[in-house]
Ligand binder design. Structure first.
Ligand SMILES: Nc1nc2c(ncn2[C@@H]2O[C@H](COP(=O)(O)OP(=O)(O)OP(=O)(O)O)[C@@H](O)[C@H]2O)c(=O)[nH]1
Length: 374
């Protein structure tokens, strides 16, 4: 069964996690090394800041180790790292003594929040940053040396970054939903084609079965045809080692030509069909009934000895004789019965049955004759 393909598979959780792990891995490594370098540079001039930098470096490397050890918990690690940096960058900004370049840190943390935690977290962090920075400046909680212009510029930068990210996210979402719609449309088409193919296949299978049945069946009587029987016999010859051999009953309708000549071929056909269905009805489930040709019919009776086969033929002869065919009156048949001998071919078996049939005809018809053993 064909399975519809997914043309634009969505990013799986595994892929998302992998990208975040790579991102955090780079961030922690970079932050750890940069803080270590800053610590070494500042240690002599300002041992306190040197120690703070060393502490940050240690935190970054610890987070790096945790990330490697528990990378499946990347969401939690990302949240912790984000809020640690948020606090750290805000602190650096507020104690920055008016050094406006430190405001760049706030832009970094905002971009990271959007990437790691999505739009809602990004917008929330933007709101918190703006209110803290502006609130502090207006209320003067932590006195800082930033000028009004610095704060105004930072507010614009943050808003500009918000617009860029907002636009980018909106575009990405539109593209994603367009691709999803395209994907489901294509999937529906593939599904439809798959169903059509399956239906066509089924129809072909049915047609094949029908053709096989037609090629193995006689269309008038519905019995197996001679070709089919001969093929089956050649493909699966009866085993010679069996205790009871198979028997063959060759049946010929008596004076069938006369029936045709007197009542017409249509009635002749009706007689043939009635005889065939009577044969089928009264033979056993494992017997094979065949229209051999013309008005000659065969019952192949597996695992049946001569006596049993003669009894079967006799029973069928009587039933045929009782068929209620008003136009022609009672129908009689003659039958020759033979049993398969070891090493017999089908034609040898048939020959013996034919000889017995001939004797039945010679003896006045309407009788069953058994062939003498070979
Ligand atoms: N209606 C009809 N007749 C068929 C069909 N096939 C063969 N026949 C006729 O069956 C007749 C067979 O006759 P024979 O078996 O030769 O002789 P018979 O009249 O049956 O005489 P005995 O066999 O000696 O009793 C022929 O007249 C064929 O034309 C068929 O499908 N339908």
């Amino acid at each position: 069964m064909l399975r519809p393909i997914q043309l634009f598979p969505e990013l799986t959780d595994t892929v998302n996690v992998r990208y975040k792990v790579i991102f955090l891995n780079n961030v922690f490594t970079f932050a750890g090394l940069a803080s270590l370098a800053m610590s070494l540079i500042r240690w002599n001039n300002d041992p306190f800041l040197g120690k703070v930098d060393l502490l940050f470096s240690c935190i970054a490397f610890i987070l790096l180790w945790i990330l490697h050890r528990y990378h499946k918990m990347v969401e939690l690690i990302a949240s912790i790292a984000l809020w640690l940096c948020f606090v750290q960058f805000l602190t650096v900004f507020f104690v920055g003594n008016g050094n406006a370049t430190r405001s760049g840190l706030l832009l970094l943390i905002l971009a990271a929040a959007f990437y790691l935690k999505g739009r809602v977290a990004g917008y929330s962090m933007l709101a918190i940053l703006l209110s803290l920075v502006i609130g502090n400046h207006v209320l003067g909680l932590f006195p800082s040396d930033y000028s009004n212009l610095d704060l105004l510029s930072l507010g614009f930068y943050l808003l500009a970054q918000f617009f860029i990210i907002h636009n980018y996210e909106s575009l990405r979402e539109t593209q994603t939903s367009y691709l999803k719609a395209l994907n489901s449309d294509l999937e529906a088409q593939v599904q439809q084609r798959t169903e059509q193919l399956a239906a066509a296949n089924q129809a072909l299978e049915m047609e094949k079965l029908n053709l096989t049945r037609l090629s193995s069946t006689d269309h008038l009587t519905g019995l197996s045809n001679r070709h089919h029987f001969e093929t089956r016999f050649a493909e699966y010859p009866p085993s010679a080692s069996r205790k009871t051999a198979d028997a063959l009953i060759l049946i010929d309708i008596d004076n069938f030509k006369k029936i045709n000549d007197t009542y017409g071929h249509v009635l002749g056909d009706k007689v043939l069909k009635s005889v065939a269905s009577c044969m089928q009805k009264h033979s056993r489930i494992f017997d094979i009934t065949v229209r051999w040709g013309g008005d000659e019919l065969v019952i192949y009776a597996p695992r049946t000895n001569l006596k049993q086969a003669c009894q079967l033929a006799e029973k069928i002869r009587k039933h045929i004789n009782d068929l209620p065919i008003e136009e022609s009156g009672p129908i009689t048949i003659s039958a020759g019965v033979a049993v398969l001998q070891p090493g017999d071919s089908l034609s040898q078996l048939l020959n013996r049955a034919d000889k017995a049939l001939y004797e039945a005809k010679q003896a006045g018809r309407n009788s069953v004759y058994a062939a003498a053993p070979a």
